[in-house]
Each structure stands twice: as structure tokens, then as C-alpha cells.
Design a protein around this ligand. Structure first.
Ligand code: BG6
Length: 493
């Protein structure tokens, strides 16, 4: 399907636009998913130096699109892009100009306003969009995270945006929901009866969700300090993944049904008490260390901070969902920067068999695991025990059944393109409802408030390691281990 739309990227010359949105749109254009008569407007306070073509060339030299950048394609793409010099706090001639450029009689041609700007500017920008009547029938607004920094600020933003745009026009983006493997998780869960019977505390021992990053906070000083991993990653990406794994089958795969089911999960999350937070939530900050043999600085050194900071770059926690399906099944969530590797993965670990019927098999039977890899590659795998063919004695070995979900020639267009196209089509299934955002903040706020009242600073961990000892201990205390730490993983992969 080829999509035609008008897209305004507020914060068009900013980081998100340069690193994610424009490369995704270009790749979509080359792949024939974005029609050449679509228009892309980049707003920028000070405009751009030089021609759009040259600027885009520079942008794509830094943030490579998912396809090669050919001159003819780039020229064609650049001709779709215009730059608008625009302030986001006061209206004026520049806004009149934008309004004129966007004038269109065709109500069926979508107009997407993508707010790739700090949340502090959402209110004034939406007010101006309303004032200049850019919130009509064909308009939708996409809000990039973070949506506030706590429940109160998120509620205020939702209310402010709601004065200009209907909820059906509002698209709160979480780019993790646009990742291919997440789509597959939904497809797999809800189009195969096989999993449904197994998908509960009756057979599942626990679930791990990890988003590990090898980068530090390079270049994001202003944003990260005072935000931290709990607000940056847990409140949104990790809780959204948890919702998708844990939700009940929706009656229909439409936005309302999916979002209702996710909301029920968030409402069922057990609110942790102070002592439970101290015991089950680990926060830590990276110290100096080495990444692939190269010395790297600590968090404070990276941000050139003069005072010690309590901002966490790592969180590991144990959560519980209080409902029939998941009673007694812990969900271990973990994210961190400057870890040895970059990957995102959901591991569903099944229970041990109740009894080993063959003496030769011994006790070395690994529990079955279903692994959903979101990055760097899309990968679904089921780990099972089979007879060890080469061994003389009757022994078992673990094998991995890989499900090829990508196909050989699949071009990875990336989550942002998918989500922009969904927003243009008005499909909210992979966007977050305001109630979800607010419930997620309610849960996370409790933990952050507890930390704020505590005298304890975060733990530290050496850059290039898997986080502090306490994160390892969170598992071993429960006689479990993080999947990357299991010896079986290496043996099979
Ligand atoms: C963003 C966070 O939402 O997600 C970043 O603000 C993080 O801190 C990024 O690095 C990770 O996204 P991805 O898709 O690269 O795993």
C-alpha cells in the first residue's frame, strides 16, 4: 500500500528527526511505501543552512537509512521536503505561512503533526495548531515520549492536547510497539491455539524482559539528567512490552480492544510498598570502565557534572500482575546503558518438568523457553530438550527451534515508518491511550517517590558489565537467572 499524506515534523532539525524519522521516511519512499506526492514540512526555529538536498545528504551520512542513499532518489525525496522557520510559543506570520502551505480541500488526505519536541512545548504548539485551524478533520497529532515526567504532568499534557485534538486524533507513540517482533508476538499469541493453553502461571515459571544498550548517555545531557532509566525506558517501553505479553486475547484486533486489554494489565500491576521497592527494584548508575577494549568514562564524567547525581542509568525489578492468569508469576524487567551488548528480548520461561522419568537424563533438563528477540535482529525461538543423538548413553541436549519470521529479502523499514503510516491511516492500535500512560505513571511514580525520599544513592556498575551485583542477586535469590547468564544460552546459540 502506498500512502499519501502531509507530515509536519515539529523539531524537524532535531535529534529524533535526523536520527530516526527522516531516515525512516526516506527508506519508506525508496521502498515505494510513501507516495512521491506526499509533503514533509520540517519546522525549525532558525531554519536550515543551505539547500534541503545538501542538508539531507549530511543527515543520511550520519544516520544511515535502511537502504543505500542513491543520488536520484535523494533528489526526488528532497523535493518533497520543505523547511519552515517557526517559533512554537507564539503565533505570527510564520504560522500563517504554514497554514497556507497546508491548505487542502481533500479531507481524505491525512495531515500528521509529529511533535518531536520536548513535552514542555506540547501545550503551546497544540494551542497554536488550534488557533490556526490546523486541527481539522484530516489532522492527527503524534506525541513523542516522554509524555511528562510524572502522573500530574502527563495528565496536564493530556488535558491540554485534548482541548485541541479529539482522543481519536491523538497518537501517543512508543516506538517499541512498531518493532516487527512485537507484531509477531501478537500474531503468534492470537492466531495459534498452541500458545494460549500454555500462556499462564499454570505452565509459565516467570517472564524476563530486557532492553540492554551498549551506548552511554552521549550527547543527551540536558534530557537524561533528572530523567533516568525509570522514566526513560520502564514507564513506557518496558511496561508496554509487559502489557503485550500479559494481556488477555482481545475480542478484535482493533485499537479499542487491544488498548482496553493493555490497560487492564496496567491496572492489575501490584503497587509496590516501600520495603518491596528496596528489595525488588534495583537502580544503578554506570561508573567508568571499558567497552570493547576502549576506556570509557563514568556517567558524571560523560555529562561533566560537578555534583554527584542520583540519576539511574540501570533498573532491574520484579513485578507482579494480580489476576488469575498471572498470580504468582514474577515479571523481571531490566534495562541499562553501557552494558556489554545491545539487545532487546522477552524470555518466557516455562516450569520444570515435575519428574524426570529416566535415570540417564538426570537433573540437567533445562526448562523450555520461548524467546522473542526484538533487536538487533527479529527472532523467535523455542528451546526444547531432545535426545542427544551423538552420545552413547541415553542423554538429552537442548536445541533451539528457530522461527524464520523475516524472510530472506525483507527490508527492515523500522518502527517509525510503520507508526507514521499507521497514524496517517488513523489506526491507533499501536499507539498508547491516555489512560495507559497515566496508569503507567501512577505505578512508576510510587517507586520514584520512594527513591526521592531515601538517603541511599543508586548502586554503581562498571561500564561494560551487566549491571550491579544486586541485579544478579534479584534473580539468584529466587533461584532463577537472567537468560544471558545461563550457560545453556551459549551452548545452543
Ligand atoms: C528511547 C530512549 O525512547 O529509546 C533512549 O529515550 C533509548 O534513551 C532508546 O536509547 C532505545 O531505542 P532502541 O529502539 O534503539 O532500542
Amino acid at each position: 500500500m502506498v500512502d499519501v499524506f502531509d507530515l509536519v515534523i515539529f523539531g524537524g532539525s532535531g535529534d529524533l528527526s535526523r536520527k530516526k524519522l527522516l531516515p525512516a521516511l526516506y527508506a519508506g519512499f525508496v521502498a515505494g511505501r510513501v507516495a512521491p506526492d506526499s509533503r514533509i514540512y520540517l519546522t525549525s526555529r532558525s531554519g536550515l543552512k543551505g539547500a534541503v538536498y545538501d542538508w539531507l545528504k549530511e543527515v543520511f551520512d550520519e544516520s544511515h537509512p535502511a537502504c543505500p542513499v542513491e543520488d536520484a532518489d535523494l533528489k526526488a525525496f528532497a523535493s518533497m521536503v520543505s523547511v519552515v522557520e517557526l517559533g512554537l510559543t507564539e503565533g505570527g506570520d510564520d504560522w500563517e505561512g504554514l497554514k497556507m502551505s497546508l491548505a487542502c480541500d481533500d479531507d481524505a488526505r491525512p495531515l500528521v503533526h509529529f511533535l518531536a519536541i520536548p513535552p514542555g512545548l506540547f501545550t503551546s504548539t497544540c494551542e497554536l495548531l488550534g488557533k490556526y485551524e490546523l486541527n481539522g478533520k484530516r489532522a492527527r497529532v503524534v506525541l513523542e515520549k516522554p509524555l511528562g515526567h510524572d502522573l500530574a504532568s502527563a495528565q496536564a499534557i493530556n488535558a491540554d492536547v485534548g482541548r485541541t485534538f479529539e482522543e481519536s486524533q491523538t497518537f501517543r507513540i512508543d516506538h517499541y510497539l512498531g518493532k516487527e517482533a512485537v507484531q509477531n508476538l501478537l500474531a503468534l499469541r492470537f492466531s495459534n491455539i498452541l500458545f494460549e493453553e500454555l500462556w499462564s502461571g499454570r505452565t509459565i515459571d516467570h517472564i524476563q524482559i530486557t532492553i540492554a544498550e551498549d551506548l552511554g548517555v552521549e550527547g543527551r545531557a540536558g534530557f537524561y539528567e533528572g530523567t533516568g532509566a525509570m522514566r526513560d525506558m520502564v514507564q513506557n517501553h518496558l511496561l508496554q512490552l509487559l502489557c503485550l505479553v500479559a494481556m488477555e486475547p482481545p475480542a478484535r484486533m482493533d485499537a479499542d480492544s487491544i488498548r482496553d486489554e493493555k490497560l487492564k494489565v496496567l491496572k492489575s500491576l501490584k503497587q509496590l510498598s516501600g520495603p518491596e521497592i528496596d528489595r525488588d527494584v534495583v537502580r544503578a548508575q554506570y561508573a567508568s570502565g571499558a567497552m570493547r577494549g576502549e576506556a570509557v568514562g563514568s556517567y558524571s564524567e560523560d555529562l561533566e557534572l560537578e555534583q554527584p547525581s542520583n540519576t539511574e542509568t540501570f533498573v532491574a525489578l520484579k513485578a507482579h500482575i494480580e489476576n488469575w492468569r498471572w498470580a504468582g508469576v514474577p515479571f523481571y524487567l531490566r534495562t541499562g546503558k553501557r552494558l556489554p551488548d545491545r539487545f532487546a528480548e522477552i524470555v518466557i520461561q516455562f516450569k520444570q518438568i515435575p519428574h524426570s522419568p529416566h535415570p540417564g537424563w538426570g537433573n540437567n533438563i533445562s526448562p523450555n523457553r520461548f524467546i522473542i528477540r526484538l533487536q538487533p535482529e527479529d527472532h523467535l525461538a523455542l528451546r526444547m530438550m531432545v535426545k542427544n543423538h551423538s552420545a552413547k548413553a541415553e542423554t538429552l541436549k537442548e536445541v533451539e527451534m528457530n522461527l524464520d519470521v523475516t524472510g530472506d529479502n525483507a527490508v527492515r523499514l523500522g518502527p517509525y515508518l510503520r507508526l507514521i503510516l499507521d497514524a496517517a491511516r488513523g489506526d491507533q492500535s499501536l499507539f498508547v491511550h491516555r489512560d495507559e500512560v497515566e496508569h503507567a505513571w501512577r505505578w512508576v511514580d510510587r517507586i520514584i517517590e520512594h527513591w526521592d525520599q531515601s538517603d541511599e544513592p543508586p548502586e554503581t556498575y562498571q561500564s561494560g558489565t551487566w549491571g550491579p551485583y544486586e541485579a544478579h542477586d534479584l534473580m539468584t535469590r529466587d533461584r532463577r537467572e537472567w537468560f544471558h547468564e545461563t550457560s545453556h544460552r551459549k551452548a545452543v546459540r
